[in-house]
Design a protein around this ligand. Structure first.
Ligand SMILES: Cc1cc2nc3c(=O)[nH]c(=O)nc-3n(C[C@H](O)[C@H](O)[C@H](O)COP(=O)(O)O)c2cc1C
Ligand SMILES: [Mn+2]
Length: 485
């Protein structure tokens, strides 16, 4: 059974010893960040701050900040288990014969049952306030000392594509300007920004309706960061992952639907004409992202539970909670990547590479230039297009062992020959790029070089002891007076 909502999951975490309640008064200005940073970096539990200073609303943070809690959220033993469920779905997508087609029917029926389901009402409607509300009632964090203000860091921002009417859900931070307005930090390549541009193209003046959900069951919360293609509803994917549809209710003041089980809903709009300075913000790069011009979100109505919980997260010097989220997404989407590019054996994005800076890909190389073809492929894939440094290695490098990756890939390159630079879109947060959103990327072909690629030497064998010697030494070992090997 999927978790009903955020509090149902918190109860599960508490039973599993994965939740700490903090009854001391703590300030959402900086103090909660410092506490959470220490707890996440030492592998600690999710935190429920019962008395955030200046607010009557309790605050939840570090919800998914460990591998164990991520598995609990996904109700799986491992991320591999979730990935293989995705894999089996993809297998059914391309039936080989009539028998497979018949076998596929129950799977398709199952998929149908994951579509978001409209319901008449839900807990997020317990209190409806169209007047007299204030965002300042919530314990919104000021995360880092030089931040431009307080930021809602885990909002599920819901918009509709003005052309197709299709829903999008994205997590885009929102800097609180005052009681009723925030910034809307959707970066230029993101789907929310695309909806904004498309609305402007139709009518320069006007509004784009926006609804924001804060706090829901863990998979629905996670779905806002999934890199699914444009016009694919993140809530459908959430339904697949939780094996139960996301139930939605209609908003009060805008034509959008939101998760019925949410803690807090903000309804409103962005004005298509209006931009305002947003930032700086201590970001997931470990540096402050600079001020920029972003749309402004005007809140027209708040609906919430009687006793809402405020869910948030922090980003900053890695690793933070977002590493565990991004890592889960990486593992869950690997089968999708491999469906398009079967030569890909594995990928890895170490925490210090902050996702956009470093990706390592292992391939089964089968023709000259294959590594470079894979680079082009990765740079063309959704948000993987941002990858600043991309290392391609042979299938026999264990990507989950970074020492091995560094050792073998550095041995495999003649830098001038094996490194290529390309120009293209880069992450908005890349402060080193020559200009915002545009810059260069580097691909390193660290595969063995073939004669058909112009390599004239003889590629050496890797050193490995023979099995017979290993076995002999195993039987000898106890006589050597050495500790167990
Ligand atoms: C904690 C957290 C904060 C994020 N903040 C932003 C943000 O402010 N702006 C942004 O464009 N993406 C942000 N992201 C990344 C997006 O949520 C992610 O790229 C998502 O796939 C975007 O959805 P979309 O593809 O529907 O646009 C954040 C991710 C996390 C985990
Ligand atoms: Mn999307």
């Amino acid at each position: 059974m999927a978790y009903r909502d955020l509090r149902d999951f918190l109860a599960k975490l508490e039973r599993a010893g994965e939740l700490a309640r903090i009854s001391a008064e703590v300030d959402p200005v900086l103090e909660i960040t410092e506490i959470t940073d220490r707890v996440t970096k030492s592998g600690g539990p999710a935190l429920l701050f019962e008395r955030p200073k200046g607010s009557r609303v309790p605050l939840v943070i570090n919800l998914l900040g460990s591998g164990r809690r991520m598995n609990l959220a996904l109700e799986a033993e491992s991320l591999e288990e979730v990935a293989s469920r995705v894999q089996s779905f993809l297998d059914f997508q391309s039936p080989q014969g009539i028998l497979d087609k018949i076998k596929m029917l129950p799977k398709l029926a199952e998929l149908g049952s994951f579509f978001p389901k409209s319901v008449r009402t839900g807990p997020c409607k317990q209190v409806i306030r169209k007047e007299g509300f204030s965002l300042l009632d919530f314990p919104v964090l000021k995360c880092w000392p030089m931040d431009g203000g307080r930021y809602i860091t885990w909002p599920l921002v819901i918009t509709k594509n003005p052309e197709t009417g299709k829903r999008n859900v994205g997590v885009y931070r929102m800097q609180v300007f005052n009681e009723r307005t925030t910034a809307m930090h959707w970066q230029t390549q993101k789907h929310g920004a695309e909806h904004f541009r498309s609305a402007r193209a139709r009518a320069k003046e006007g509004k784009l309706e926006v609804a924001v959900a804060i706090g829901s069951d863990p998979i629905t919360c996670l779905s806002g960061i999934l890199p699914v293609p444009p016009d694919m509803d993140e809530f459908l994917f959430a339904g697949f992952l939780r094996r139960e549809p996301v139930e939605t209710v209609a908003c009060e003041t805008v034509d959008l639907e939101v998760p019925a089980n949410a803690e807090i809903i903000l309804e409103g709009y962005v004005d298509l004409q209006e931009l305002r300075t947003e930032g700086p913000f201590g970001d997931h790069t470990g540096f402050y992202s600079l001020e920029g011009q972003y749309p402004v979100f005007h809140v027209t109505c708040i609906t919430q539970r009687d006793d809402p919980l405020y869910l948030t997260t922090i980003v900053g010097p890695p690793p933070q909670e977002d590493f565990f989220m991004g890592h889960a997404v990486e593992r869950i989407f690997l089968p999708v990547m491999r469906m398009q590019y079967p030569e890909i054996v594995d990928i890895a994005m170490p925490a210090e590479g902050i996702f956009q800076n470093l990706m390592i890909v292992a391939i089964r190389k089968s023709y000259p230039g294959h590594a470079r073809k894979v680079m082009s492929a990765i740079w063309s894939l959704g948000q993987a297009m941002f990858t600043k440094v991309l290392i391609v290695v042979d299938h026999d490098v264990d990507l989950q062992d970074f020492r091995q990756v560094v050792w073998k890939s550095l041995c495999a390159i003649d830098p001038e020959r094996d490194i290529q630079f390309v120009l293209g879109p880069v992450d908005t947060l890349d402060h080193a790029a020559r200009m915002q959103d545009f810059g260069s990327k580097m691909g390193i072909d660290a595969t063995r070089k073939w004669a058909s690629e112009g390599y004239t030497g003889r590629w050496p064998d890797e050193i490995r002891m023979d099995e017979a010697t290993k076995t002999r030494v195993d039987t000898l070992w106890h006589k050597l007076g050495l500790p167990k090997s």
